[in-house]
Design a protein around this ligand. Structure first.
Ligand SMILES: NC(=O)c1ccc[n+]([C@@H]2O[C@H](COP(=O)([O-])OP(=O)(O)OC[C@H]3O[C@@H](n4cnc5c(N)ncnc54)[C@H](OP(=O)(O)O)[C@@H]3O)[C@@H](O)[C@H]2O)c1
Length: 286
């Protein structure tokens, strides 16, 4: 993809932070970008700003609260009805939650939003993505995954919840999902890779208010700008150098090693099975 003309790129969490910058830069390269947002007004304003900054009118908005499985299903249906091809799916929406919360589906919110939404949306779009090959799936993970392991007896932190613990496990789940999907997609012409954006001053963490919000505001000057943070997602989504490269983890636009736990193929297979059951998808998938 030396230019992104005639490509369609779906980006979740495109209304703030890293996702917004990635959407802007990919639109600047000529792609039709589909911003998945959850607030109609904010999403429309971001789409207008992207068109104004890039001169690209092909900036669409679709709305969904990605912590709701019914909304993810509706979103996938709308994407399939509107877009005959999907060249890139950038799973980026994510958050950390200071206290344990449940979604409308009764699932712990970090696991639901950060992992199950990536899993469900990707699987619902997978046939279309495969039919669009060469195509790419990019999952935004985090270096926060290192040190985490999954406890399959307590995936939703019922026994013990800590915000960072739940977040780091969800980012480990992003990597296990990426590597399992890459194995399943071998030879299909669809690549799947994960990225770490670095510590970036965005809206991240500020959704929690209180001490969390204060801490994230205080450390913001020490962090990367959203433009710096988005660079690796943009590179992995668009660089011609990465044609055919799959099952890798990128930081600072270079392939780097992820944790040992992220390469546990048995855990990845088990997570796939559990995630399929939790989202009502066939486990065979891909
Ligand atoms: N910032 C960092 O230091 C850092 C480091 C490593 C990894 N990451 C990862 O980078 C990704 C992007 O984060 P960011 O730093 O750019 O954070 P951000 O500024 O808070 O942006 C998060 C995006 O996700 C959307 N979102 C949140 N909950 C949603 C929901 N229930 N349904 C639909 N969309 C939802 C937000 O929508 P609204 O605009 O409506 O709020 C926003 O567009 C995340 O996966 C995060 O884990 C971030």
């Amino acid at each position: 993809m030396s230019t992104l003309n005639d490509t369609t790129i779906i980006i979740t969490g495109a209304t703030n932070g890293i996702g917004q910058v990635a959407a802007t830069e990919l639109a600047r390269m000529g792609a039709r970008v589909v911003l998945v947002g959850r607030d109609a007004q904010k999403s429309a304003a971001v789409a207008q700003a992207i068109t104004a900054q890039t001169g690209n009118p092909a900036v669409d908005v679709l709305l969904a609260d990605l912590s709701s499985q019914a909304e993810v299903r509706r979103l996938a249906g709308e994407i399939l009805a509107r877009y005959p091809r999907i060249d890139v799916l950038l799973n980026n929406a994510g958050a950390v939650f200071g206290s344990r919360q449940l979604t409308v589906d009764g699932i712990e919110r970090t696991f639901a939003l950060n992992h199950l939404a990536y899993f469900q949306l990707t699987n619902l779009l997978l046939e279309r993505i495969k039919a669009s090959a060469p195509a790419r799936i990019v999952n935004v993970s985090s270096a926060a995954h290192s040190g985490a392991t999954l406890d399959f007896d307590d995936l939703q932190g019922q026994r013990r919840y800590s915000a960072f613990g739940a977040y780091s496990k969800s980012k480990l789940a992003n990597l296990l999902f990426t590597y399992e999907l890459a194995r399943r997609l071998a030879g299909s012409g669809v690549t799947v890779n994960a990225v770490h954006p670095g510590p970036v001053a965005t809206g991240f963490g500020r959704n929690n208010g209180g001490l969390w919000g204060v801490v994230f505001r205080l450390i913001a000057p020490l962090m990367r700008t959203p433009a710096q943070g988005a660079a690796t997602s943009i590179y992995v989504a668009s660089s011609p150098e990465l044609a055919g490269v799959s099952g890798k983890y990128f930081s600072d636009s270079k392939a780097v090693e992820s944790s040992r736990a992220s390469h546990d193929a048995a855990a990845a297979a088990r997570l796939w099975q559990v995630s399929a059951e939790m989202t009502g998808l066939p486990a065979a998938g891909a």
